[in-house]
Write a protein that binds this ligand. Structure first.
Ligand code: SAH
Length: 489
């Protein structure tokens, strides 16, 4: 097989693969070819410009003891609060007045206000990634992360949809780094390069500008990018052409993205969606709500209280999903995540496609995971709202309830397994060969951070929902291909 071109290998694979075993063998060939191809074609210069952008954050962590702990991997801070003239946090005042007017609010309402309130939400009101900010997610740690996902998309497209136009739909693209790395991979494959468009679901105007600046033609005046619809209208609110020539569109919501063959990517998106929290008590399950805590000195702060009786959320979301064997005394439910999965499933059934949901999460066994991060540290989520990131682990077992037998579901598997199965070790070797010696430590540390079980390798999970296959096909990354365990033919 060594002499065959990439395309003929793929064609041979499509012709020959009729059972799961041969699927795996040929997937492996595709992947090795994909990874080798990006390795062979890569421009060294491109690699280094990325390294400089990540090195300061990594260096800051390493100088304080070597590695990021898995507890504080997700760090987004900005130091100046959205305070009014009296120094009071505007968002906190807004939340106080909501509670004073209508009683305690759900944790989901609180999260929604804190993260995406149009005036003061954490993601919305300023550039959280600017000089005063800090942000660490897998795509920001190493280009290898986005490259592996790019290779995954190329592989799945070649296996199932070759020659068809594909919408890449990314939910919550952050700084656009993952999208940038994926587009760079696609640029190495002429067959897919001109057959894709990118659709970004982003609620933050500030972040959508950062994404546009990163993904559009260098030097293009980002403000000149056409804004055709106002916020809240259906359809894209912004569009531009990528530096590789593909169309890019921005939307407020997944429901606004046009129907069509799509690949959905959600990396660290669902953990930012609001959750409801429920506590088992002697009187049964009760929802936890956010209330004002009047202190002795008449000052006020926020606290969690138990609802005295059933709430709309406990009736609508908790009761239908409680199993008779539930042993936990605390449950978190994210209805917004369920809606996203339902929407993805519906679209895949109607138009075909595949998806990758990657986040830190569990399989229905964790309890209280609601937390905040500020200044690289865990932070009380009820203090200084809007100045720290709020997050909760994704419950993959809950998400699976919103799939059905008309789609295939794979995982969740660990990030370590997915990346190793995708051939990240090969990519590291190739980058090391090309890199100057002074960059080796950073490359290796990025690789370890992404894959080591005591860092991001274990806590972060990957799940894929795909069109129903007729031949027990398993997508790349979810098949154990023993990369690195033997010499490559
Ligand atoms: N995927 C990126 C960033 C994750 S941060 C990465 O891995 O680096 C979460 C992202 O989701 C941000 O871009 C944030 O603005 C966006 N976001 C949060 N809530 C959203 C919502 N309800 N709708 C659309 N985008 C949202």
């Amino acid at each position: 097989m060594r002499g065959l071109s990439f395309l003929s290998r793929c064609q041979a694979r499509l012709a020959l693969a009729s059972n799961s075993k041969s699927n795996h063998i040929y997937s492996r060939l595709n992947l090795i070819t994909c990874v080798n191809k990006i390795n062979a074609n890569w421009q060294q210069g491109r690699f280094y410009c990325r390294m400089h952008t990540i090195s300061s954050a990594q260096a800051a962590y390493r100088s304080q003891g070597g590695v990021l702990s898995s507890e504080n991997l997700k760090v987004r801070t900005f130091s100046s609060h959205d305070d009014d003239e009296c120094g009071k946090n505007k968002l906190l005042k807004h939340i106080y007045s909501r509670i004073k007017g209508g009683g305690p609010i759900t944790v989901a309402d609180y999260m929604r206000e804190v993260l995406t309130n149009p005036q003061s939400g954490y993601y919305m009101h300023k550039d959280v990634f600017g000089t005063e900010g800090d942000f660490i997610t897998s795509p920001e740690i190493s280009q290898m992360f986005g490259e592996m996902i790019g290779v995954w998309i190329v592989n799945e497209w070649m296996n199932h949809y070759q020659d068809q136009f594909l919408q890449i739909v990314e939910l919550g693209p952050g700084r656009g780094t993952l999208a940038d790395d994926m587009l760079r991979v696609f640029s190495q494959f002429p067959t897919i390069k001109d057959k894709i468009s990118l659709h970004l679901v982003e609620v933050s105007p500030v972040l959508s500008n950062i994404q546009a600046a990163k993904l559009s033609v260098p030097g293009e005046d980002v403000s000149s990018i056409e804004e055709d619809n106002g916020i809240g209208d259906k359809g894209p609110y912004k569009k531009c052409t990528s530096k590789y020539g593909q169309d890019i569109y921005w939307y407020q919501s997944l429901t606004d993205v046009p129907k069509g063959l799509s690949c959905f990517i959600a990396h660290e998106f669902l953990d930012a969606l609001p959750i409801h929290k429920f506590q088992k008590t002697e009187k049964g399950w009760r929802e936890l709500l956010v209330d004002i805590d009047q202190q002795d000195d008449m000052s006020e702060k926020l606290r969690l209280v138990l609802s005295p009786c059933d709430t709309a959320a406990s009736i609508a979301y908790l009761k239908p999903s409680l199993s008779a064997t539930e042993e936990r005394d605390h449950i978190e439910i994210s209805p917004g995540s369920a809606l996203i999965v339902q929407n993805i499933v519906k679209r895949i059934k109607e138009s075909g496609g595949f998806s990758l949901i990657a986040d830190y999460g569990h399989d229905g066994d964790k309890t209280d995971t609601f937390r905040a991060f500020k200044n690289h540290q865990l932070h009380d989520p009820l203090i200084d709202p809007g100045t720290a990131d709020l997050t909760a682990d994704v419950d993959f077992s809950y998400l699976k309830k919103f799939t059905d037998l008309q789609v295939d579901v794979f995982g969740p598997i660990t990030q370590e397994k997915y990346l190793i199965n995708m051939g990240i070790g090969y990519r590291l070797q190739a980058l090391l060969q090309k890199a100057k010696q002074e960059h080796w430590a950073s490359l290796i540390s990025g690789y370890k951070m992404l894959t080591s079980p005591d860092q991001m390798g274990e806590r972060f999970k990957f799940m894929s929902i795909t069109s129903k296959s007729k031949n027990n096909y398993i997508p790349a990354g979810f098949v154990d291909l023993n990369f690195g365990n033997e010499s490559e033919s």
